[in-house]
Design a binder for this molecule. Structure first.
Ligand SMILES: [Zn+2]
Ligand SMILES: [Zn+2]
Length: 115
């Protein structure tokens, strides 16, 4: 981190273009002081660079859907689990009854039941 020589505010790395050439300088947002010292610029840029992202456990949209589904006590034909999320889907023309889908809360097996 580098501070402004004039007012002590934190300086920010900012690219500046002069005659088609872009150089990064450190600017003060407070008093518009500009520092062109290359070493300081490099140091600040390193600090400003994003830290390596930690591996985040990504919850897929499908998983999210299962969580928000209403559940029903029904036996999964695949793993024998006694609970499944369910939803209705109008698959064809509106005059046909909607199909009820189930998704096992244990193994995510999805099946349908025609009424
Ligand atoms: Zn300043
Ligand atoms: Zn299952």
């Amino acid at each position: 981190m580098r501070f402004c020589d004039k007012c002590g505010s934190k300086l920010r790395a900012k690219p500046q273009t002069h005659g088609g050439k872009t150089t990064v300088v450190l600017v003060c947002d407070n008093c518009s002081f500009v520092l062109k010292d290359k070493k300081s610029v490099a140091k600040v840029m390193r600090q400003q660079a994003e830290p390596p992202k930690r591996s985040i456990k990504i919850v897929s949209k499908e998983d999210e859907k299962i969580k928000t589904l209403p559940t029903i006590k029904i036996e999964c034909p695949k793993c024998g689990n006694k609970e499944a999320g369910w939803w209705l889907l109008q698959t064809r023309a509106g005059d046909e009854p909607p199909t009820q889908f189930y998704r096992c809360t244990n193994c995510s097996h999805t099946w349908r039941q025609y009424s």
